[in-house]
Design a protein around this ligand. Structure first.
Ligand SMILES: Cc1ncc(COP(=O)(O)O)c(C=O)c1O
Length: 341
């Protein structure tokens, strides 16, 4: 059996190659990855962070847990992510960071434009890639367009080690801070410990490293299987007269659909009981702020008072069905679900 150090180094090498990134920080899960990254960015307490109205609630809870205020902006009905327009209007109000989520495995179709806008505004852009492991935007791996990106390797994801996460970025000093924050202040071999930062233990265990390395080695087979199953579901949906978001497997955008998104149907939110959609209605985010940052609650509520205007997000919540592709064993089970929508 490999030593802990070798297992971690082996996974880091494989991840850098697979994710085409210069550095990686392995973390206990995808929620901690966002929390650690935001902490490493050292944003002022109570600063506003733009998040999509539609995501798994971890995106917003992580912001709140860091003593920051989530501001919810509308998403596109076509690709489910923040639009350039929604980012522009929110950044006019002043935000300290923007988090784009490649929801359901669909690459944000305005990623480069949003990234350019954020660069011009001097605002860091985070890509939450928890639901997109193998996406490309004009040949660039999604996760490498913004300032930094976070991933989840929880059991339902394409690459899975039970629970796990990662942060990737080309910003060396940001990565050093992330590595220190997850490991009681010590970024690793050849570096000095930092005992004056709010560090903790958010490490990925070496058993998880071994499992994840084995998953990455299967990338070709996994991606092909996913696409094949997506194609089968699409054929069944067409047969049943359902409309759906079309994933692209070639061209400018290469998706890695995590959910099969049926549009204009009877929605099925019982599928994800932990989800709270849209997120501005999340009682969990509010509970976190009330518990640890009660003074921020009035500003949080005020900042999001007009969120009823996030009409596309509300439309998706009320009219789209989410079928998590990895949840099904075979096409018969999917067809039974499709018929309910
Ligand atoms: C968009 C998004 N962000 C963050 C997370 C959090 O990841 P984890 O479950 O590994 O904490 C998830 C989990 O599914 C997610 O879907």
């Amino acid at each position: 059996m490999r030593s802990e150090k070798e297992a971690k180094a082996n996974l880091e090498r494989a991840m850098k190659q697979e994710f085409a990134c210069p550095d990686v920080c392995l973390v206990s899960n995808g929620t901690h990855a966002i929390e650690v990254l935001l902490t490493a960015m050292d944003l002022p307490r109570g600063a506003t962070v733009l998040v999509p109205e539609l995501s798994f609630l971890a995106t917003a809870t992580a912001v709140a847990r860091c003593g920051l205020i989530p501001l919810y902006a509308d998403v596109s009905r076509e690709y489910l992510g923040l639009t350039l327009d929604s980012v522009k209007s929110a950044t006019r109000q002043g935000v300290a960071a923007v988090i784009v989520v490649h929801l359901a495995g669909f690459v944000n179709r305005e990623l480069q434009e949003i990234a350019s806008h954020c660069r011009a505004m001097g605002v860091p852009l985070i890509e939450d890639c928890a639901q997109l492991h193998h996406g490309f935007y004009k040949g660039v791996r999604a996760g490498n367009v913004g300032t930094a990106a976070t991933f989840s390797f929880q059991s339902s994801k394409l690459f899975n080690c039970g629970e796990g996460g990662a942060i990737v970025s080309a910003d060396e000093s940001l990565m050093t801070q992330c590595k220190a924050l997850i490991n009681w202040g010590w970024p690793g071999e050849g570096t000095a410990a930092q005992f004056d930062i709010p560090s903790s233990n958010y490490r990925l265990s070496y058993l998880q490293c071994e499992r994840l390395a084995a998953e990455l080695a299967q990338v070709g087979r996994k991606v092909a299987a996913l696409r094949d199953f997506y194609g089968q579901i699409a054929a069944s949906a067409a047969k049943l007269g359902k409309t759906y978001l079309r994933a692209q497997f070639a061209g400018d955008f290469i998706d890695s659909p995590f959910f099969f998104m049926v549009t204009e149907c009877r929605p099925n939110h019982q599928l994800e009981p932990r989800g709270q959609y849209p997120m501005s209605g999340s009682s969990v985010v509010l509970a976190i702020l009330r518990k640890w940052f009660p003074d921020l609650v009035p500003r949080y509520l005020q900042a999001n008072a007009g969120r009823a205007a996030n009409l596309n997000s509300i439309h998706v919540v009320e009219n789209y069905g989410f079928l998590r592709i990895s949840q099904f064993d075979g096409i018969e089970a999917v067809e039974r679900e499709l018929e309910q929508l």
